[in-house]
Design a protein around this ligand. Structure first.
Ligand code: IPE
Ligand code: IPE
Ligand code: MG
Length: 240
């Protein structure tokens, strides 16, 4: 990959991606929606390798939302098996690449136990890696995350006066996850669809028309170049 247009000293630390457009990609080719999900696998690994090349430290991908249960039984079942197989096929390789695998989402609600077991194995296998943290947002909803955090906080007996942004974060699915710097959504949709609501408060948003199965590391690079042209102010005033 040609990195000449990228300022490697200011690569976003945390990139999040809404991997959208698999169904449309498949329909356009006369295939089943599930074939589109299968085709998205290559895009995912290419993006992971791109993130490694670019020096992105955190990559979070939206794999299954709390709203995706509305889909047909066939599609939901496919996605459960597919996400399990990904881990079986790739955890070892990712481990060798220095990738730490993590998950964000509701674990104790509807997700098959065998998939949770695979997830735990991947977490355990890769836990000492630091090059890139790949978080699969699975059975994830931004609202669910905030509600689950609040429930846990109340259960812990945290007093109202002790509730701060920092404290709430400690109850999120991954308390170590930093704010998102760059959020990418593929497939020409201009919405967030309940992804990382809290964490994107000051993210730069990049929307691309590419359907997820066609997304490659070069698309990640180009989104980062666009990010680097933005001026982030965080509510302040640019001094320059
Ligand atoms: C994203 O692709 C993958 C998941 C939501 C699991 P879609 O399946 O939403 O594809 P479109 O948006 O219908 O094309
Ligand atoms: C968001 O895409 C969820 C994932 C990519 C996993 P959706 O396709 O589910 O979102 P909507 O329905 O277009 O908002
Ligand atoms: Mg979609």
């Amino acid at each position: 990959m040609d990195l000449s247009g990228v300022d490697l000293s200011s690569v976003p630390r945390h990139v999040a991606a809404v991997m959208d457009g698999n169904g449309r990609w498949a329909t356009r080719q006369g295939l089943k929606r599930t074939d589109g999900h299968a085709a998205g696998e290559h895009a995912l690994w290419d993006t992971v390798y791109g993130a490694l090349d670019l020096g992105v430290e955190w990559l979070t991908v939206y794999a299954f939302s709390t709203e995706n249960w509305k889909r047909s039984t066939e599609e939901v079942r496919f996605l459960m098996n597919f996400n399990q197989q990904l881990l079986i096929d790739r955890s070892q390789e990712l481990n060798e690449q220095g990738v730490r695998i993590r998950f964000a989402g509701r674990r104790n609600w509807r997700v098959p136990k065998r998939l949770i077991r695979r997830q735990d194995e991947s977490i355990e296998l890769t836990k000492d890696n630091r090059k890139l943290t790949l978080t699969m947002a699975f059975n994830y909803g931004g609202r669910a995350e905030i509600i689950d955090a609040m429930k846990a906080m109340v259960a812990d007996g945290v007093a109202p006066g002790d509730i701060t942004e920092k404290r709430l974060r400690q109850y999120f699915y991954d308390p170590e996850m930093p704010d998102v710097d760059l959020m990418i959504r593929t497939s020409g949709e201009f919405r967030i669809s309940n992804f990382l609501l809290w964490e994107i408060a000051y993210s730069e948003l990049v929307f691309v028309d590419t359907l997820w199965p066609d997304f490659r590391r070069e698309n990640l690079r180009d989104a980062i170049i666009e990010f680097q042209q933005r001026e982030r102010r965080f509510g302040g005033v640019d001094e320059a």
